[in-house]
Every structure is written in C-alpha cells, then in structure tokens.
Design a protein around this ligand. Sequence first.
Ligand code: ADP
Length: 434
Amino acid sequence: MAKTLQDIRWSTFWFLLLEIFIYFIISSIFSQKLAVVIVLATLIIFILIHIYWIYKLSNWVESPSLKNLPNGTGIWQNIFAKLYRTYRQQKKSQTQLTTTLDQFIQAAEAINDGIVGVNEDNEILWSNKKAQKMLNINPKKDYNQPINYIFRNSDLSNYLIKENYENSINIHNTNNKLDIEIKATFFSENHKLITCRDLTSLKKIQNLRKDFVSNFSHELKTPLTVISGFLETLEDRKKIDVQSKKIISLMSEQAHRMKKLIDDLLLLSNVESDYLQNRSEKIIMRDIFKKIKNEVSFIDQQQHKISYSLNNEINIYGSSTEIYSAFINLLTNAIRYTDKKGEITVSWNKINNDAIFQVADTGIGIPEKHLKRITERFYRVDEDRSRESGGTGLGLSIVKNIMHQHQGEIRVASEINSGSSFKLIFPSERIYTK
Ligand code: ADP
C-alpha cells in the first residue's frame, strides 16, 4: 500500500514537472496563451485517463472476478496488479475455508448422534439433521433462539441452566415419541456442544426385559403364597416329629426369602417405570417421618441408639410410597450393618437449596473399592451377612432408581469399621414449603 502511494506521489510529481517544462518551452517559443491552453489540455487528458480507470475499477467492483480485472496503464497497472494478487489470495483462502466447512458439515451429518452447537445463552447456532429430527429444530426458523424454547422440556432446561454436564439426562419427546439421551459439553470459550442419542430401540428392549421380570415375578407370587401357606399349616401341626419340623421351618424360611426377593423385584420394576407412578404428589414429610419412626422402632427393638434431627417444614413433591421406601431401605441397612449398641443418626435438612435426607451409622463400613458398585443390583460386600440379615441385594438399587426418578441422587461415604453415611439429595425444584 505504501509503495502504491509513493508511486502515485512520484507520477503526480513527474506530471506536474512535465507541465511546468511544457509551459516554459511553449511560452518561450510561441506565446504564453498557447502554453496555458496546452497545459490545461494535457491536464484534462490526464484527469480523463484517471476517470476512465476509476470507472473501470468501479465496474469491476460491481462484479469482481479474476477474469475481467482490467490491465490498466501507468500507475493503474500497478494498482490492478496488486488487486489481482490480493483478490487471488482471498479466493484461495475462501476455497480452503469452504472445503474445511464442507468437510465439517459432512462429518457432522455422518455421525450417528444428533449434535447441536449453542452459545452461552443456549441459543442454537447450528445443528445436524439427526438433531433437527430428534429435537424438532427447524434450521430456517429456530437458529439464534434458545434451544429450551424450541424443545420445551423441564429436565432439559434444568440441565442446561445448572451447567453440571458430567452426566447425561434422558428425556422423552412426546411429539415424535422418541426417548433421547442428552449430554452437553463445553467447547471453545463460551460455546456448548449438545449431543443427543436416540434410545428408543434400546428402551424398547429394556422395557421388554422389565416387563418380563415384572410378569415373571408376578406369576411366581401366587404359587409361592400357596406353598408358604401350606408350610405354615404344616409347621403348626402338633403331631409332626422334630426332624420334619426343622426341615419345614427351613423351607418356610427360604419361601419367605423368595417372597421378599419377588417383592423387591416387583418394586424395582415399578420404580424403573416412568409412567406407573405419580411423582408429583405434595408429600407431607411429617407424616412420612411418623411412619418411619414407628417402623424403625418395630424393626430395631431398641438394639441401637437412634437419633433424629428432622426439619418438618421442608416438604417435597414426589411419590410418597417411593420416598418412604427409599428412606426405610437406608434405615434398615443401617440397623442390619451396625452392631448392637451402635449409633444411627437420621437427618432431614435443606443445604445449599437442596433437601437432604441423611442416615449415618457407626457400623461395619464399606471398603472403598466397593463404594462405586454397591448401588448395582445384587452387589453385596459380604454376601453371607447380607443373606443372614434378610437382604436381597436389591435395596440400594431400588433407592438409586427412586432418586433418579425424582431427579435426585444418592451419595455414600464410608470408612471400614467406623461407619457409613448415605445421603439422598433432592433438587430445589422438588422442594416446597407450606
Ligand atoms: P442388601 O440387601 O444386601 O443389604 P443393598 O442393596 O441394600 O443390599 O446393599 C448392598 C450392599 O451394600 C450390602 O450388601 C452391604 O454390603 C452394603 N451396605 C449397604 N448399606 C450399608 C451400611 N449401612 N453399612 C455397611 N454396608 C452397607
């Protein structure tokens, strides 16, 4: 640029010098008048030439292309040559950019999952076709609008607002009946990438399996009740010898265990179902705790020192039967895994906007390597102790599912031989105060 300016300055300088020279030569040979006329005439020609090239340049700017760029003369030759180089460079970068963008778009479309790019206000910037189909996004209308306005779902809104993207969430699209797993990740400075996976077929298989377990457990219940009934009648018979009585008592015990297992399996399949339960009841926690205290004192028979610190003003929306079941599960575990005279403390409080139910015991504790897995079905640290104390290995798995259905979570901390603490955390959206 500086060179072109310099060229312009020099060419103007030489032109003016030439004009002065012409003026003096002509005025000394002919007349002053003629010199003025010739100088003016050359000046006008000079200006007209520049106007012509400016006109050519403005024409070219209207529809720029490498082919129709004029060659120019004099100073204009340099200007057009420079323009040619810059324009060619720009075209090259543009082609490279377009190729990269095309490749990116093709890659985004080739991915099996849906992807949506959003900014810090969760406004949609771009998306691939799969995401558009899964979340009903219309690229013509919906870009630059917050994704939670386009796809209205309270779970998705809460997930995006909370910005805790370690875990994914599962949502159901009532429009297209799809079950979708959603996970967000931060990228670049303020942008987020939302991936969505269609879980519909997986859910179908899961539902088939759940239905099978549920039906099977249900079918087993009736014959088992009959067997238990007969065993009880036999046990009550007076004429029966000691050996047979012992065998019948053992059979009865096993039938009882089987019944408990079936009950837990049925409970688990109910808890896993998204539709069978009303999970928006206004639960009055005072009533739940009253029932729990009665049940616990019946189970424990004053073998442990149990203390309660319950804030009855904090109430939640949920399924009262499931919440009761989750709480009582933790308490029976604390009783079963804490030696006699041990201490159990139960609390219900609001901490950092969450409602937290906590059961802490001074029991046998759980070795750290097992902590991650104890909420899995049938996972037990000590199988014998679990069985002897009437466990099915399903309790914590039921609790975890109940918490999941209430958008909450279970947290466990434990130290071997010192005790364990189980926390059930309910999010602020579940809390109401009278
Ligand atoms: P179970 O019927 O075997 O108790 P759960 O699902 O309720 O099944 O618990 C899984 C396992 O977690 C138990 O077998 C036990 O090893 C461990 N566990 C649960 N609660 C406690 C506790 N309060 N203290 C120590 N271990 C516990």
